[in-house]
Design a protein around this ligand. Structure first.
Ligand SMILES: CC(C)(COP(=O)(O)OP(=O)(O)OC[C@H]1O[C@@H](n2cnc3c(N)ncnc32)[C@H](O)[C@@H]1OP(=O)(O)O)[C@@H](O)C(=O)NCCC(=O)NCCS
Length: 397
């Protein structure tokens, strides 16, 4: 009888879950701790990557056991959700559900002599631009959904600092305003697997840019001109920019020859799973409060309880802010003297999709097994608007 054992080891700031058979490593996955933005909220998210079973050990249930162990480990940790980029029809077994489409803007009609907007210039990134580029990323993603919060010394920024002089392996350009300020950048980021193994393989006729970010329309126009120019110089037919539809880059593309795509998968691609309802609701408080404050109407105070197969959590909705229950839901219900109280029975999958703005809340609600009162649906629409969940390619794991 073979001796099978699963261990969890901390390595390089991440955790590696390994299944060994008679001491030999057979199957593994990585848990990568990250923080993502959901509007102004920041949510601890554990990414799952590097899921692999050695060919001779496949179809024996090993990857499944490794993933189950990883999920137990993550639930015992401090992340609110877990995400991954999945092969089709595999990860739903572990509670993951598609979190949103992949976005892309294709630029056509590329030319070597593409003019830049008057007064703007582009030049190759140098380490002196690092602080400006970081500022651009932070400003551009301050209200985004799915964007990773990057620490100064994180792996992605280290990779950027290695870019100067690395052409053709990699290149990054910055857009400089007429006043001499860096207001955007276009980074090929060819080192990351989602560029090398996905975009460059699936779209060989396009020149792909892993991360194109601008904080002003002028910078966005300048970067699109640069991407077109570089595409023509590299002898490719079109440029591919994987950017979300609510970015200034996607807006700028509307004024040019371009097509924007959203690629959906029923069960694969970018996927999400809730780890703790309570942790998720608590993390979302700042963004939910912002939605209440900016909705332009008076919201009647009420309580919403979310009951899932993972457990439950509650939100106290006030006129100015939304708070999650800090104590047991039963106590919360008893403490709530004013306002309506709604209980929503939904799967953790639907809750994850609501949180990330996967689809209109009323559409998600219409698919619940128990219909909700109209007022509850309109409240959920207010709190959980449609979003464009997107992690830039260098952050993917
Ligand atoms: C995908 C992979 C990790 C599965 O490992 P494994 O140890 O064979 O998986 P399991 O034995 O636990 O499979 C469990 C179930 O998933 C199914 N399954 C296995 N590989 C699958 C795949 N590539 N796609 C869809 N389903 C798959 C199996 O048929 C099995 O179904 P069953 O329980 O109904 O019989 C392994 O094939 C692998 O390493 N592939 C190459 C790397 C890779 O693609 N990793 C995933 C990156 S997101």
């Amino acid at each position: 009888m073979a001796r099978e054992e699963i261990t969890v080891r901390s390595e390089d700031g991440a955790k590696r879950v390994v299944l060994t058979v008679d001491g030999e490593e057979a199957s593994e996955c990585w848990i990568i701790p990250l923080t993502i933005r959901v509007g102004v909220a920041t949510v601890r998210m554990d990414g799952i990557g590097g899921v692999a079973t050695k060919p001779e050990y496949r179809l024996k249930g090993y990857a499944s056991r490794v993933l189950q162990r990883a999920i137990e480990e993550m639930i015992a940790g401090d992340a609110a959700i877990t995400m991954l980029y999945g092969i089709p029809n595999f990860y739903h077994r572990f509670g993951y559900v598609t979190a949103g489409p992949e976005y892309g803007v294709f630029l056509h009609g590329v030319a070597r002599d593409e003019p830049l907007p008057p007064g703007w210039s582009v030049r190759e990134f140098t380490p002196q631009d690092f602080a400006s580029v970081r500022r651009v990323y932070e400003k551009a993603t301050a209200f985004a959904t799915g964007a990773v919060v990057r620490a100064e010394g994180c792996r992605v920024w280290q990779k950027l600092l290695e870019t100067p002089g690395s052409y053709p392996q990699d290149e990054c350009w910055v857009a400089v305003s007429p006043e001499g300020v860096v207001e955007g950048y276009a980074w090929r980021a060819r080192w990351c697997w989602s560029m090398r193994d996905v975009l460059e393989r699936e779209f060989p006729d396009a020149l792909s840019f892993g991360e194109v970010v601008a904080v002003t329309p002028g910078a966005a126009d300048a970067l699109l001109a640069l991407c077109r120019r570089r595409t023509a110089e590299e002898g490719k037919g079109e440029a591919l920019l994987p950017v979300p539809p609510d970015s200034l880059i996607a807006h700028a593309a509307r004024y040019t020859d371009a097509r924007a795509v959203q690629l959906y998968s029923a069960n694969g691609g970018s996927m999400v799973r809730v780890l703790s309802v309570e942790r998720l609701l608590r993390a979302l408080e700042p963004e939910l409060s912002r939605q209440v404050r900016q909705c332009g109407r008076k919201v009647a105070p009420c309580q919403i309880t979310f009951r899932t197969e993972l457990g439950e959590g509650a939100l106290l909705v006030g006129e100015e802010e939304v708070r999650s229950a800090r104590f047991s839901v039963q106590e919360q219900v008893e403490a709530c003297t004013a306002g309506e109280s709604y209980t929503i029975r939904l799967s953790q999958r639907t809750l994850a999709r609501l949180a990330l703005g996967f689809a209109p809340a009323d559409d998600l609600c219409a698919r619940l097994s128990e219909p909700l009162p109209e007022e509850a649906v309109s409240l959920l629409k207010l709190l959980f608007p449609v979003r464009y969940q997107h992690a830039y390619l260098p952050d993917r794991y």
